[in-house]
Design a protein around this ligand. Structure first.
Ligand code: AMP
Ligand code: GLY
Length: 429
């Protein structure tokens, strides 16, 4: 079948790489894609939110499956858009409906959903302009630190962890009164800070059945040993050493099962992946957030660990046949290390020539592109996160060292990466 992937990051390159291996895939297109996806399929210059443009392209190119990478088109209702037109409703769309994508699109909705279904999460309260003063009082008596979350999508910047009350009150005012994130911060969730270690869990669901994909842990901080500001993700590992069978069973029972049952009970149409951000507090799992799409850079470590045919998995998801599927995991460890533009996550320059890409070809290593584009003969940087180098090995140390070794042979002006991804697990290996 002809397949169309929407997005342009390392996640989409990893999805494209895996989809291309399927005997079920014929022509593969990616919109808008990057220089890496162009080596696997054909890039198409259409915006990820131009639903008319995307649907015309699907009709003209006999697309039978649409895989939506990023959250924005999902939250804006791309699945409903395709389902509503007789010309596109036969296309298998991988992703939740607009109503179900509120699990990611509205933090307040997600918190209420978790309350309704007794899913463990941090205690919270929701505020907007009409109960602003109540919010001020709530913050004043809240224990520290205080977590303030803009309700809507805010390009990954909508969560602020405040270490004192003055900072929290200022942030609350900025979000609600000054519309710091526009409409996204008209509503705000204030929640209890949870202390623990995080992991990302991925449940593929057809709305009724689910299967668990390999779990991963991402590294959000820019600096070594998790220091400095947050980024989109500097690396990831899978499997996650502390997520043993017992803990994963607990997550499944206390979180995944009630989440899928809740979606079904509330008739929220969901045929895609529920990405659950979990924090382990003591021995107990709590939900930090839901996302309605795959994670980036988690996808770059989980795709190489899935031995099933991804197109078959996505077809089973769209056709409500996940009960027929057993996930087969590659027992090896995958580590991805992300190379970023100097200055990121603050200001950085694009357009720097990347060299070394054609020279290095190590078995067990995959070079996924995040922010790159082809410019004449050259591949140049085109974003903060530029490349995600994934290696498979017998343990984190081996895989991580191999990714770092490959990065030592790649170059662009002002390249930066963390050479300590998975560091907290190394002493056990
Ligand atoms: P989110 O945008 O929801 O992924 O949140 C960004 C990050 O903020 C999470 O990955 C956590 O590291 C942190 N975070 C969010 N909520 C909490 C919380 N209640 N307690 C501790 N950390 C949190
Ligand atoms: N790695 C976290 C995310 O994709 O949101």
């Amino acid at each position: 079948m002809n397949i169309f992937i929407i997005g342009n990051g390392g996640r989409e390159h990893a999805l494209a790489w895996k989809i291309k291996q399927s005997p079920l895939s014929n022509e593969l297109f990616i919109a808008p894609g990057n220089a890496g996806t162009a080596t696997v399929g054909i890039n198409v210059d259409i915006s990820i939110t131009d639903f008319d443009g995307l649907s015309s392209f699907c009709i003209n190119n006999k697309i039978e499956m649409l895989v939506v990478g990023p959250e924005e088109p999902l939250v804006k209702g791309i699945c409903d858009f395709f389902a509503a037109s007789p010309a596109t409703q036969h296309i298998l769309v991988f992703g939740p409906s607009k109503a179900a994508a509120r699990l990611e699109g509205s933090k307040a909705f997600a918190k209420e959903f978790m309350q309704r279904h007794q899913i463990p999460t941090a205690a919270y309260k929701e505020f907007n302009a009409s109960n602003y003063q109540e919010g001020v009082q709530y913050i004043k008596q809240h224990t520290l630190p205080i977590v303030i979350k803009a309700d809507g999508l805010a390009a990954g910047k909508g969560v602020v962890i405040c270490q004192n009350h003055i900072e929290a009150l200022a942030e609350f005012e900025l979000m609600i009164q000054q519309a710091k994130f526009g409409d996204a911060s008209k509503r705000v969730v204030i929640e209890e800070f949870l202390t623990g270690i995080e992991l990302s869990v991925f449940a593929l669901t057809d709305g009724k059945n689910y299967v668990l994909l390999p779990e991963a842990k991402d590294y959000k901080k820019i600096g070594k040993a998790d220091s400095g500001p947050n980024t989109g993700g500097m690396g990831a590992v899978s499997p996650v050493p502390f997520a043993d069978e017992e803990f994963l069973k607990k997550i499944e029972k206390q979180i995944v099962v009630p989440t899928i049952a809740g979606l079904q009970q509330e008739q929220l149409d969901y045929k895609g992946v529920v990405f659950i951000g979990i924090i382990k507090v003591g021995e107990e799992p709590f939900v930090i957030e839901y996302n309605c799409r795959f994670g980036d850079p988690e996808t770059e470590v989980i795709m190489p660990r899935i031995e099933n045919d991804l197109v078959e998995l996505f077809m089973a998801t769209a056709q409500q046949r996940l009960n027929e599927i057993t996930i087969i995991q590659n027992p090896q460890t995958a580590v991805t290390v992300v190379a970023v533009s100097g200055g990121y996550p603050n200001e950085y320059t694009k357009g720097k020539v990347i060299t070394g890409l054609d020279d290095i070809n190590l078995p067990g290593t995959l070079i996924f592109h995040s922010g790159t584009k082809q410019e004449g003969e050259n591949v140049v940087t085109n974003g903060g996160r530029v490349l995600a180098i994934t290696s498979l090995g017998d343990n984190i140390k081996e895989a991580s060292e191999q990714s770092v070794y490959v990065l030592e042979h790649l170059f662009f002006d002002d390249i930066y990466y963390r050479d300590d991804i998975g560091y907290e697990f190394l002493r056990d290996q």
